[in-house]
Design a protein around this ligand. Structure first.
Ligand SMILES: Cc1ncc(C[n+]2csc(CCOP(=O)(O)OP(=O)(O)O)c2C)c(N)n1
Length: 630
């Protein structure tokens, strides 16, 4: 049987549908999303929750001329499926396949790219203002979740939008979940709006009366709207959106097309900024995702019938070892407090929360605030640990410099997902933090070669008098024992693993193990190669570097980070500052945005496999030898 979905190449193909047909299409979209993500993994929960919203938006608006701007873009799988990407959908998040987020090169319907939360309103407002300045007439609609509305920059945009009074629609997709249950006073306020029956009944009664009044076009209609607003305010207090200058429609059932479509139509003709408050359910229509929304935010492959995750038994992840270690240490030290910016599950701080609820803070998607909040905690004598993905700490750069480092406060930044991240792709790669942190005075930066060393560094970092950034990668560790007592580690000292006269490889993090492999391969061809586990990027270990310079004819650095500004750059600067002229080769990632796909694929592509590194080092060493003979 052919499905409705198979006949949809673009939204034009369903704009004539009846609501019953749209409902059937929604059902088919859900089935397709579940069946596909069960194989590929992906952001299933948010996408299931936004199916009707997406259909209604494309139904009412003339996309792509009208612009729909999705916040983050992780909820837009149905949008991909109805805008010509049905055939490629099973490649989502796979190498060279569709992105898990929106990409302008994929479709003219993708008008904005993101991955980080809270950018949609600013981007959409820019488009709406450009429209007005150029005399164009398209509509701009922004779809933002209640979670993303905890991001400060979303409110910076609301502030300007309410002030400019620009024609633009903001759909608040409120499922009361961020990845975890949403937190904060604003989240509570949305819940109150959703559930205040008295307010709603009065408002609906007034709306019904006012809607029955005749409506005329142009200035008369605008006058009519003003009268309605005045009447509203006279009878019931405005909500926060109304106070900020928005027309508020809601709450509306975000799964009920018979409500959504007329609300969107009304919003479309409103001459100023509108907020539509749509209530949705994360994971809607797939029981396991409805029941376990946190797990189904962005799972890997799972079994459709049971919702059971298909992950093979792996070693504990770095995040798990980090959280367990922090709990161990927090049991001994009452000054340790932990902070997450809406990532309790990803950072595994949910375990810390279960053990020390009063010493745990989820601040929402508010990385900037988290960093400065940590500064305040540290100023008053506590030991704050802000566990944050490398990519999201980018948000808090000024706060790291201005509030934490400038005041020399002992905040520990536990930088998770440092390195390549796989399926999330370009917006999420953790390959810039060394470059952006290395330039900040006072901060010390470390990375262990494995999870056992990470434990030792956590303990030592908590004794430092100033700010520390401790990086660790995504995914499982090496399966090393992590239960015993934590061995002390000498702060600031690299670890010599081997000495060699021809070449010393200075490697950072798990790349140390790759360096050892390269050493073995080069040895097999007669080269004498040493390896240093750098451990510290800032400050560099002067003693180790001085000795490496003396012992070896050449240096090679190795890191899973952008070559520009990374660990290798630090070593090159160290040599230049001392006017040491010696051959040095920097191995790391190139100056490009790196898409989604397996980490190993990209390490191979950029010649960072053990084979490629050996080949390059071999050729280089023989050129150096030939040069010195000449
Ligand atoms: C700046 C930033 N911090 C953290 C994240 C990780 N993240 C991705 S989705 C998400 C929750 C978003 O919640 P909401 O906007 O309500 O959308 P929903 O998934 O509930 O539809 C978070 C915290 C992010 N994308 N960007």
């Amino acid at each position: 049987m052919t499905t409705l979905l198979e006949g949809i190449q673009s939204p034009e193909d369903f704009r004539h549908f009846t609501v019953a047909q749209l409902e059937r299409l929604a059902q088919e979209l859900r089935e397709h999303i579940v069946a596909t993500t069960a194989r590929t993994g992906g952001h299933i929960g948010a996408s299931l929750g936004a199916v009707e919203l997406i259909l209604a938006l494309h139904y009412v608006y003339h996309t792509p001329e009208d612009k729909i701007v999705f916040d983050i873009g992780h909820q837009a799988y149905a949008h991909k499926l109805v805008t010509g990407r049905l055939q490629q959908f099973d490649t989502i998040r796979q190498l060279r396949g569709l992105s898990g987020f929106l990409k302008r090169h994929e479709s003219p319907f993708d008008v904005w790219e993101a991955g980080h939360a809270g950018t949609s309103l600013s981007g959409a407002l820019g488009m709406a203002v450009a429209r007005d300045l150029s005399g164009a007439d398209y509509d701009v609609v922004c779809v933002i979740g209640d979670g993303a509305l905890t991001a400060g920059m979303a409110w910076e945009a609301m502030n300007q939008l309410g002030h400019l009074n620009t024609r633009m629609v903001v759909v608040v997709n409120d499922n009361s979940m961020s990845i975890a249950p949403n937190v904060g006073a604003f989240s509570r306020y949305l819940t109150d709006l959703r559930t205040a029956p008295g307010y709603l009944r009065v408002k609906q009664d007034i709306d019904a009366i006012l809607e029955s009044l005749p409506v005329f076009g142009g200035p008369l209609r605008r006058a009519g709207e003003r009268i309605k607003d005045v009447l509203h305010h006279a009878v019931i207090p405005g909500n926060v959106f109304e106070e900020l200058g928005f027309k508020y429609f809601g709450p509306v059932d975000g799964h009920d097309l018979t409500s959504l479509i007329p609300v969107l139509r009304n919003a479309r003709i409103y001459p100023g900024p509108v907020v539509i408050h749509a209530i949705t359910q994360k994971g809607r229509g797939y029981r396991p995702a409805e029941e376990r929304p946190v797990q189904f935010h962005g799972p890997g492959p799972f079994e459709v019938a049971s919702g059971k995750m298909l992950k093979k038994g792996e070693a504990a992840t770095y995040s798990q070892v980090f959280s367990r270690t922090l709990v161990e240490l927090a049991a001994q030290r009452s000054d340790i407090v932990a902070i997450t910016a809406a990532m309790p599950d990803g950072t595994k701080l949910d375990y810390f929360q279960s053990q020390f609820p009063a010493r745990y803070f989820d601040v929402g998607i508010a990385e900037q605030h988290a960093a400065t909040f940590a500064a305040g905690l540290a100023m008053a004598g506590l030991k704050p640990v802000f566990a944050v993905y490398s990519t999201f700490l980018q948000r808090a750069y000024d706060q790291v410099i201005h509030d934490v480092c400038h005041q020399n406060l002992p905040v520990l930044f536990a930088i998770d997902r440092a390195g390549l991240v796989g399926g999330d792709g370009a917006t999420h790669q953790g390959i810039y933090d060394l470059a952006y942190l290395r330039t900040v005075p006072r901060i010390e930066i470390a990375m262990g070669k494995d999870e056992a060393e990470m434990r030792r560094l956590i303990k030592a970092a908590l004794d430092r008098p100033g700010p520390v950034a401790l990086r660790y990668p995504r995914g499982p560790g090496r399966g090393l024992p992590v239960d015993g007592p934590i061995e002390p580690i000498e702060w600031g000292r690299a670890e010599w693993l081997d000495h060699g006269q021809d070449l010393t490889i200075l490697a950072l993090g798990p790349m140390v193990y790759r360096a050892l492999e390269v050493r073995d391969r080069l040895r097999a061809s007669g080269y004498d190669v040493g390896v240093i586990n750098a451990r510290f990027v800032k400050p560099l270990d002067d003693l180790a570097l001085t000795r490496a310079v003396k012992e070896s004819g050449a240096l090679m650095t190795l890191e899973e980070h952008s070559r520009a500004g990374g660990f290798g750059s630090a070593v090159a600067e160290w040599l230049a500052e001392r006017t040491i002229a010696m051959p040095v080769r920097l191995e790391g990632l190139p100056d490009v945005f790196i898409d989604h796909g397996p980490t190993d694929y990209y390490l191979d592509l950029y010649d960072l496999s053990a084979e490629a590194l050996t080949r390059k080092a071999h050729d280089w060493l023989s050129q150096l030898a030939a040069k010195s003979r000449a």
